[in-house]
Design a binder for this molecule. Structure first.
Ligand SMILES: NC(=O)c1ccc[n+]([C@@H]2O[C@H](COP(=O)([O-])OP(=O)(O)OC[C@H]3O[C@@H](n4cnc5c(N)ncnc54)[C@H](OP(=O)(O)O)[C@@H]3O)[C@@H](O)[C@H]2O)c1
Length: 315
């Protein structure tokens, strides 16, 4: 069972991942961070490593992953940082990662993602942002379910975004076969899927001791903006926050909510929720770009997405 009291913490938007994890001991715990070779993923992995966890960086570029692992070892003194190949857009690669995983898994951080890419499709014809951000992580987490259950108290972290406010999952045409492709609608849809995954995974897996929550890391300058021009970025930020557009966070601050959700005792017994700025978020208020969209925490949509995802992966 999960508890229902909203979670509040002493941390803020300015807190860093290392501040959030202070005093937490992860010795003997094993963690996987997807996209752990860059951006928020590196700082998430660094914080977990600093607390003594064995961390696997699941990356599509092993050289980048190795450099990140060496850097994490140099800064934390933890040399149990592994690098494993994972391309979330390639179900064969996800299956290979799952097949080589052995033993319990205590923390899975589904962090990797792409944003607002031009129209791209996998060989199956799946829209690339949905395929990478949702379907790849769905296959990974369900493939690792046994390992998560074996941990006897695992956490799964689903890195979403405030961009989920841009679109529900459009079940009638998830892959933009009938409607014109729109990069931000596709990103928003995939990020809503990340929240819905947390809802349904918790319903299905809480009795196995596996709790999943979703989060918005904040706005952080990383490679994620590779498909977005500076002009578009400025325009979008102004539109979303007016003159009070949120300040960019550092990557260390950007990783804080992921690390909180992955490790804080304040979240014991908590699953299927949405966090931002190190707090559980309330519902979105009109005219703002914070909080959750009710469609993202809708249990029926969450169940439907799970079933559709299973069907899609079966082919
Ligand atoms: N930065 C922000 O402002 C912001 C805001 C809201 C939410 N987020 C979320 O935060 C997460 C981390 O993003 P970030 O800002 O740290 O950006 P980032 O530095 O670009 O990190 C994303 C990571 O995902 C990896 N990735 C992309 N496609 C992949 C695939 N097919 N298979 C495996 N890995 C793949 C990237 O690998 P490569 O290096 O090989 O491309 C990269 O390491 C994302 O889920 C993003 O949606 C970020």
């Amino acid at each position: 069972m999960t508890t229902s009291t909203p979670v509040s913490t002493p941390f803020t938007a300015e807190s860093t991942a290392l501040e959030v994890i202070q005093g937490i001991d992860l010795t003997g715990r094993r963690a996987v961070v997807t996209g752990g070779g860059s951006g928020i993923g590196v700082e998430t992995a660094r914080a977990l490593a600093s607390a003594g966890a064995d961390v696997t960086l699941a990356v599509r570029n092993p050289d980048q992953g190795r450099r990140a692992a060496d850097d994490i070892t140099a800064t934390t003194g933890n040399d149990r940082i592994l690098v494993a190949p994972l391309d979330l857009a390639d179900q064969g690669s996800v299956a290979a990662f799952v097949a080589t995983w052995d033993g319990p898994l205590h923390i899975l951080v589904n962090n990797a993602g792409i944003m607002a890419s031009p129209e791209m499709r996998t060989p199956q014809g799946w829209e690339m942002q949905f395929a990478t951000n949702h379907l790849g992580h769905f296959a990974l987490a369900t493939g690792l379910h046994r390992a998560l259950a074996a941990a006897g108290g695992a956490r799964v972290v689903s890195v979403s975004s405030a961009a989920h406010l841009r679109s529900p999952v459009v079940f009638e045409d998830i892959h933009f076969r009938e409607r014109p492709y729109e990069p931000w609608a596709a990103y928003g849809q995939s990020k809503t899927a990340n929240v819905l995954f947390a809802v349904e995974a918790t319903r299905r897996w809480a009795d196995d001791g596996i709790l999943t929550n979703a989060l918005m890391p904040g706005a952080i300058r990383t490679n994620l903006q590779r498909y977005v021009s500076e002009e578009d970025l400025a325009r979008l930020r102004a539109a979303s926050g007016g003159s009070a557009a949120p300040a960019w966070k550092t990557v260390e601050q950007g990783a804080a909510t992921s690390v909180l959700v992955a490790t804080s005792p304040l979240l014991d017994g908590v699953g299927g929720r949405y966090f931002e700025d190190c707090q559980e978020a309330g519902p979105n208020q009109p005219g703002t770009r914070t909080g959750y969209a009710p469609y993202a925490l809708d249990p029926e949509a969450a169940q439907r997405l799970w079933e559709v995802s299973e069907e899609t992966l079966r082919g």
